[in-house]
Design a protein. Structure first.
Lengths: 244, 225
């Protein structure tokens, strides 16, 4: 088999939350495999467990039962240090609210994960400039976040997510706070990165433009996977989504 | 975890060199200058009060242990009780109590403003954790910031308090006392005020910083608060 290795493997994941005396099962046994270089969107209404699953993939939360493997590392086996390392080196995060660190310049934001990874200053600076160049903000490296527009901040966030050559980029509603045109630019940029750098991109989104570029769309409903659609199937059913 | 095979086992730990921590802390103080000023203000006031009382005491005791009859005369004219010949002045219980209260109020004020600051920076802290920061990086950042604020605030406060005490003494007891007062003693008092100020600032930030360090990175993922 010449299949690319799976970068995320989820088997039998169950997640319970205790709310007072009752236990709420948010994820009811999820099996999922995501291959390296895939562009995957997770869709689902709020309360469906979408965010919980998403956090699980990001190593931000641990399952109550079952296991989550990221790059063949079982995250439930990791201690706090190793989890931090995983977040630093293997996963890049992109947030709906950009979350650029306000007190730092664009370049400092991009190089921060490299500082944590122990990369020497000069090398980090050089790499940071390269990444800013890729997202088209090379000239604005000295700008503080408040001097950048929403779209530009999200570009800085994308450059920051790429800082340590992660295997996965997790994007939580990356276009949620952007206008249509800017959102489209961000989506194009993400798509380009997944193609050129072979980064796996996993995003939680409601944005239909996002679905158009996804290799697969995973629909979550009531803590289970309702269906997984490939892009080819998706283009047919897109009309239906719009009708809903 | 014995016997478990962990392929691609994380080899390297995440790091944050001390120099970088200081750099980030300084940046954070600079760009939140107004907030820092408010946090530091209560420290400046409390420490200047402490330094004023201490230096005042230094001056009075230097006069009382001296044999300058004219200066001692002026002291008693100001209503200051002179202890027995050759004995040093001490703070009255009331003065001690007021000093203690002012320092206590200062610490409570610092805890309060630092809690606000932490709440303000929840997303920033969560983001840093998503980028790989450990609990102790966050703790260290807050402690360094507090130490710097403490150093600057109490240096300003100590200097102001000592200056006011000295000027006041010159006006009240005449310029002839200048020769009686030991500069060393005053500097020691100011130094103790600065050390105390740093300590208070760090004590005040401990609980808020622990809260911040314990925060889950998931918080950064949540939408607007």
């Amino acid at each position: 088999m010449n299949q690319p290795a799976s970068i995320v493997r989820i088997s039998g994941v169950i997640k319970d939350f205790t709310m007072g005396k009752t236990i709420v099962q948010v994820l009811k046994g999820i099996d999922l495999e995501i291959k390296a270089g895939e562009y995957v969107s997770i869709m689902g209404p709020s309360g469906s467990g979408k965010t919980t699953l998403f956090n699980m993939i990001g190593g931000l939360d641990k399952p109550s039962a079952g296991s989550v493997f990221i790059d063949e590392i079982d995250i439930s086996q990791l201690d706090a240090y190793e989890l931090a390392w995983l977040r630093c080196r293997k996963i890049g995060y992109i947030f709906q609210t950009f979350n650029i660190i306000q007190v730092m310049t664009a370049l400092e934001n991009v190089t921060l994960p490299m500082v944590f990874a122990g990369i020497p200053d000069d090398e980090a600076r050089e790499r940071g400039m390269e990444l800013l160049d890729i997202v088209g903000l090379k000239k604005r490296f000295l700008h503080k976040p408040f001097e950048l527009s929403g779209g530009q901040q999200q570009r800085v966030a994308i450059a920051r997510a790429l800082a340590n050559d992660p295997a996965i980029i997790l994007a939580d509603e990356p276009t949620g706070n952007l206008d249509l045109a800017t959102g489209e630019e961000i989506i194009t940029l993400l798509k380009m990165l997944s193609r050129d750098k072979e980064v796996t991109i996993i995003s939680a989104t409601h944005d239909l433009k996002m679905l158009n570029v996804s290799d697969r769309v995973i629909w979550i409903s009531d803590g289970k996977i309702e269906k997984i659609e490939k892009r080819e199937e998706l283009s047919i059913s897109l009309g239906q989504i719009g009708d809903k | 975890m014995q016997g478990k095979i962990k392929p691609n086992l994380p080899q390297k730990q995440v790091v944050l060199p001390f120099k970088k921590s200081v750099e980030i802390a300084v940046k954070s103080i600079k760009s939140r200058f107004f907030r820092t000023l408010i946090t530091t203000m209560s420290l400046i006031l409390a420490i200047s009060f402490y330094a004023y009382i201490k230096v005042n005491l230094d001056i009075i005791s230097s006069i009382t242990v001296s044999n300058d009859k004219a200066a001692i005369q002026r002291l008693s004219l100001q209503g200051i009780e002179i202890p027995g010949e050759g004995r040093a002045m001490e703070l009255s219980p009331q003065e001690r109590w007021i000093l203690f209260l002012s320092l206590l109020v200062c610490v409570v004020g610092i805890v309060n403003t630092q809690l606000m600051a932490v709440a303000d920076r929840f997303r920033e802290i969560g983001t840093m954790k998503c980028l790989g920061a450990l609990d102790r990086f966050i703790l260290r950042l807050f402690l360094i910031e507090a130490a710097l604020q403490g150093l600057i605030g109490s240096a300003l406060g100590g200097a102001a308090g000592a200056l006011i005490a000295c000027l006041g003494a010159l006006v009240k007891y005449g310029s002839s006392i200048a020769g009686l007062v030991s500069l060393n003693q005053i500097l020691t008092s100011v130094f103790s005020a600065v050390v105390l100020g740093c300590l208070l600032s760090i004590i005040g930030v401990l609980y808020p910083a622990l809260l911040a360090a314990k925060m889950q990175p998931v918080e950064a993922m949540r939408g607007r608060d």
